[in-house]
Design a protein around this ligand. Sequence first.
Ligand code: FAD
Ligand code: NAP
Length: 312
Amino acid sequence: MIDLAIIGGGPAGLSAGLYATRGGLKNVVMFEMGMPGGQITGSSEMENYPGVSTVMDGMSFMAPWQEQCFRFGLKHEMKNVARVSKNSDESFSIFLDDGGEIRAKAVIVCTGSEPRRAGFKGENEFFGRGVSTCATCDGFFYKNKEVAVLGGGDTALEEAIYLANIVSKVYLIHRRDGFRAAPITVEKAKKNEKIEFITNAVVDEVYGDQSGVTGVKVKFKNGDIRDLKVPGIFTFVGLNVRNSVIKDENGNFICETTQSGQIKVDLKMQTSLKGLYAAGDIRQDAPKQVVSAAGDGAVAALSAMSYIESLK
Ligand code: FAD
Ligand code: NAP
């Protein structure tokens, strides 16, 4: 049996791993299905982490985090966790999607969130062939071409600014004329001559051929349609929490969640199930920032260590 299982290797999971191993826990395993780093590794620019004054891309920003954790003994298992359950002897079972089962004294869930689909016609058909949710990954394919960006939050505006450095023009499509993004970011985007704002409009359809997307039909609130002949569209319409690991075999949550599926925690990141903690974007009222996810991870690790100590 391992001491602590951490599920997810983004800022929350890595910080939990750092605090748990450096705090003396010997057998701590972080189950991360991909490379550690989390969703910020898909960001083109990270500039609001306290104490880090150099602006860098998310991948470069996260690289030292894992090195630091591994130095203190955190183990990374590149596995997808299917679900977690609590046993009658108070231990937890971590069920992997490859059929494996690992037992742990305590668990911290740091599974974060993933990009939401917008729901327009052609989105699924052309996903990966002109429809993308990652500007850092796919922006270069559109060098000196025109692209569309959908959304009015921080991600859409920031990534539109990033794309404007690569492409010839960005059409920023948003369903209202007010924005969720920080005013400073909206101002920056509005000053960028390569970005054209198309507001009070939604994407009606993305169409194309065998080679991929060839255009985007935009529908305005008054019913007008505008046809943009672009080979690519980046959609940034928010995030869904990844909470499948806390569902039992019948699809019921093993701990309390909010209506939108975020995990309810107290100030110690303790869920309603003793020994099970949650940290980062997955938890209720998360500010969805790297700094707060990291803070949550540290708090959850310290709480889990006290809990494990209390079992002795
Ligand atoms: P995540 O980063 O989502 O990490 C969760 C990890 O869990 C993932 O690596 C995933 O692979 C893994 N995982 C999920 N389910 C399983 C499973 N079942 N089994 C195994 N592994 C699993 N925040 C800022 O502070 N500043 C910014 O400038 C900023 N820019 C952003 C730009 C973009 C494009 C995006 C998308 C987000 C940005 N954010 C920014 C928000 C920030 O990235 C998140 O708040 C933060 O990454 C949350 O960390 P987390 O560890 O909770 O979750
Ligand atoms: P978000 O804040 O939820 O914004 C999503 C945007 O997409 C909203 O403008 C929304 O419109 C629009 N939208 C939603 N569904 C749509 C649909 N079906 N069709 C068209 N438009 C749709 O998501 P986000 O920008 O990804 O940000 C997520 C979180 O991460 C936020 O808390 C954000 O602050 C944080 N983040 C922070 C930074 C940073 O600190 N620099 C950077 C990136 C992200 P409405 O506004 O009309 O609802």
